[in-house]
Design a protein around this ligand. Structure first.
Ligand SMILES: [Zn+2]
Length: 82
């Protein structure tokens, strides 16, 4: 697929922020992945850091974050701190 160009801005409508993560869907497996780099297969969308952080997988789907930067910079959600 040499003719496919990868967008360098967030795929969300109205958002022009730089792409920071790659979202991959697998409909047959009902799973979504977040990656630092675009993968070789699947339906992929580039997302900015803000939209990637607010990603919600469709109901019943699994959500897997494979980003190295995400694991390294993990912080507990502020909503769990009371
Ligand atoms: Zn965005």
């Amino acid at each position: 697929m040499s003719g496919v160009s990868r967008p360098l801005v967030c795929a969300r409508p109205g958002c022009g922020a730089p792409t920071a993560a790659w979202l991959t869907y697998d409909y047959s497996a009902q799973c979504v992945w977040l990656d630092d780099e675009p993968g070789a297969a699947g339906d992929q969308w580039g997302l900015c850091a803000d939209h990637a952080g607010r990603l919600r997988a469709p109901r019943g789907w699994a959500e897997v974050d494979r980003r190295v930067t995400h694991r390294r910079r993990y912080e507990p959600p502020t909503s769990m701190v009371s």
